[in-house]
Each structure stands twice: as C-alpha cells, then as structure tokens.
Design a protein around this ligand. Structure first.
Ligand code: G3P
Ligand code: CA
Length: 246
C-alpha cells in the first residue's frame, strides 16, 4: 500500500495535546488535515449519546461517578478540560459534516443490554443525520457489531479483536473479525506483524493500527502497509508521512 492511501485518524482527536474526546481536540485534528476522527460513545441516564471514553467521569472531567448515572443536563455542566464540555455525538457529526471529515465511532458500554441499545441508537443517529456512509462503527464486542449490521447492513464496521497481547494467531485475529461480520479490524500497533497484515489481505479485511505516536512506530506501521493509523499525535503522523514520501 502506498503511504498516500493510508487513512489518518485522530484517536480521541488530537488527544496528546488537547483534552481527549472534546470538540477542541477534534477541531485541532481537522486543522492538521486528518481524514477521520476516532472517538468513544456512551449513553447518559436519559438516553442521550455523548462522547466519552471512560465509564467514570474522574479521569477526564471534574465530575464524579458513572457517566450513565447522570442525565444530559448534569453531564453538560462538567469540564472536560480547558473549559470544554463533553460533546454530544450529534455535535461531532455536525463538525465532521462541515469539514468533510469521516468518523470512527466506538461503542462503549458496561453490560450486554446497554451494548445492544447503544448499537441501535448510534446506527439510528447516523441514519437520521445522513452520516452512515461517512462513518465506521467500531467495538471490542462482536455482538455489538453484529447488532449494528443487523439494524443496517450498509454500515461499515471494525472489530477490535480480544485479547490484544500478541497471543492470538493471525488466523484467529481475522476469524474474530469475520465472525463479527466486520469490514475491518483494529489492532494494538505493538503486536502487529507482517503475518497479520498478510492474513488481513487474504481475508479482505482492512487493517488499522492504534495508537502509535512515536516516529519510529509510525514509520513501522507505514512500512507494514496498514490501511489506516489511529494516532494521538496527528502532527507527528503528518511529519512521518511527509518524510517517508520525499
Ligand atoms: O479502537 C481502537 C481504540 O480506540 C480502542 O481502545 O481504549 O482507546 O478506546 P480505546
Ligand atoms: Ca476508542
């Protein structure tokens, strides 16, 4: 694969330099020319879709407790860093629409019931905002992805196989994604090998690496020939791609 065709995704936005999963981090990634925003979606107590990685509020906001114990009005009062609010999924879709950016929407939930409801709610939102064809829905849960595809077979999905510790064979990694009906898979860059790349090519799965930030790691992913890279450092990825191309 040519390095020009690698899809550049900002993992939680330009999250190494700005508060993760905020509109600020997403705008900064877009300003740096990235193709796609990766982020995590959870459900509030009153069933609104918000952008948040953790189940609990403490690490990234000044709030306390579980995200899904708070309603949207409460959630919007918390500071997610530098005065940023926790965004709604719809706000990120609107930003992406205005800037011609694609989205990688990860489903995050703590129970299987929540997971199913979240998959449906996200698909319905992508449909109602006419953004389904500009998004990939991703999850560590094969069941969530199967649910998403059952609701709308047109959706592009990406599995994060488990575990990601180097213990799975390339065949098993790809088999998990195929069993989930996924179009692509995402894997911890530290454990990516040429054999996994080859198995993805043989099975027709697009392969994404997350989340290399160091130049040497990014360069190794480019040389491996992955389809996409999710990074917390869009600026470093751009520089490495530029240097590789010249
Ligand atoms: O899908 C890749 C990556 O985003 C999954 O891990 O914990 O950053 O959501 P995490
Ligand atoms: Ca994620």
């Amino acid at each position: 694969m040519s390095c020009n065709s690698i899809v550049r995704a900002a993992h939680r936005g330009a999250s190494a330099q700005y508060p993760e999963n905020t509109l600020l981090a997403f705008r900064k990634a877009i300003e740096q020319g990235l193709d796609m925003l990766e982020f995590d979606v959870r459900c509030t107590a009153d069933a609104h879709l918000i952008v948040m990685h953790d189940l609990t509020l403490e690490r990234t906001t000044n709030g306390h407790g579980n995200v899904n114990d708070h309603n949207l009005q409460e959630i919007r009062k918390f500071d997610a860093g530098q005065g940023e609010k926790i965004p709604l999924l719809e706000e990120v879709i609107e930003l992406a629409r205005q800037t011609n950016t694609r989205l990688c929407v990860e489903l995050k939930s703590s129970t299987e019931d929540e997971e199913m409801a979240l998959a449906e709610a996200v698909i319905r939102t992508l449909e109602s905002t006419a953004f389904l064809s500009r998004a990939i829905v991703t999850s560590f849960s094969p069941k969530a992805l199967l649910r998403a595809k059952a609701i709308n077979p047109e959706v592009s999905t990406m599995l994060d196989p488990s575990p990601q510790d180097g213990s799975l064979s390339p065949r098993e990694i790809c088999a998990q994604a195929l069993r989930a009906g996924a179009n692509s898979l995402c894997y911890d860059f530290r454990f990516l090998t040429p054999e996994i790349v080859r198995e993805c090519q043989l099975t027709g799965l697009a392969l994404w690496a997350w989340d290399p930030d160091e130049p040497a790691d990014l360069e190794r992913m480019i040389q491996l020939g992955v389809s996409g890279i999710m990074t917390n450092r869009p600026d470093v990825l751009n520089k490495v791609l530029h240097d590789v191309a010249v």
